[in-house]
Design a protein around this ligand. Sequence first.
Ligand code: PDD
Length: 278
Amino acid sequence: RIVYVNGEYLPEEEAKVSVFDRGFLFADGVYEVTTVLGGKLVDFAGHAKRLWRSMGELEMTPPCTEEELLAIHRELIARNGLEEGMIYLQVTRGAADRDFAFPPEGTAPTLVLFHQEKVIAESPAAEKGIRVISIPDARWGRRDIKTVQLLYPSMGKMMAKKAGVDDAWMVEEGMVTEGTSNNAYIVKGGVIVTRQLGTEILHGITRAAVLRFAREAQMTVEERPFTVQEAQAADEAFITSASAFVMPVVEIDGARLGTGTPGPVATRLREIYIEEMR
Ligand code: PDD
């Protein structure tokens, strides 16, 4: 695999980052995951916009321009012959002697990109749907910033695995926030319900596109919080993310939704999304 690090394209074994990198020492970094479908980036502009917002909120210096970043993505896809999968990108505040205060101005940010091959459009999981458990949301309060502090989501994924299911939905003050690495939705009586944007959740790029397509298809969308009980009584549920697109959820905390198979709204939205993004 050829990866990108600070201006160079290198075999992954040769790519190196300093032990003093603030991403490593303080999780002082932000990231994006952009899907590649048929060799093309899906909604690069959306991901770039969110990345610049994340960097702005943390007062980080962008490592390059948006055009340069797009060129790096395309070069990485070309060098690796990537047809379908993800491009992961991470920007950190760079390497500096360990200090809680931000490093001096002029410290070069670290920019790393690599790809992962993955079958997304024809994913077998989408045929069956996934099962989730609910867990408390113990993350920090600025989940709208896409930082690399992913320890709690990673622990949440392990709690799900130990419970024999696929993922966890996080709950704060009785309301579902989102999945470990995806946005959460329920459908009741044809109405799609998903939490409104705020600092409590990541503003999913897939979420924005899917809600737009749903409204264009005359579906009703309500942006508000919902409880686990409401979700368990829903007709269907699903999640969205760059790496899962629209993925049906068929069970929540052991309660089967509807017939326990992917629902019609999730199935239709998945089809529309793939059609539109190809
Ligand atoms: N995760 N919520 C959280 C907490 C996420 O980490 C993600 C994305 C999403 C969905 O956002 P988007 O539609 O822009 O991918 C929601 C990525 C895929 C990841 O960490 O791998």
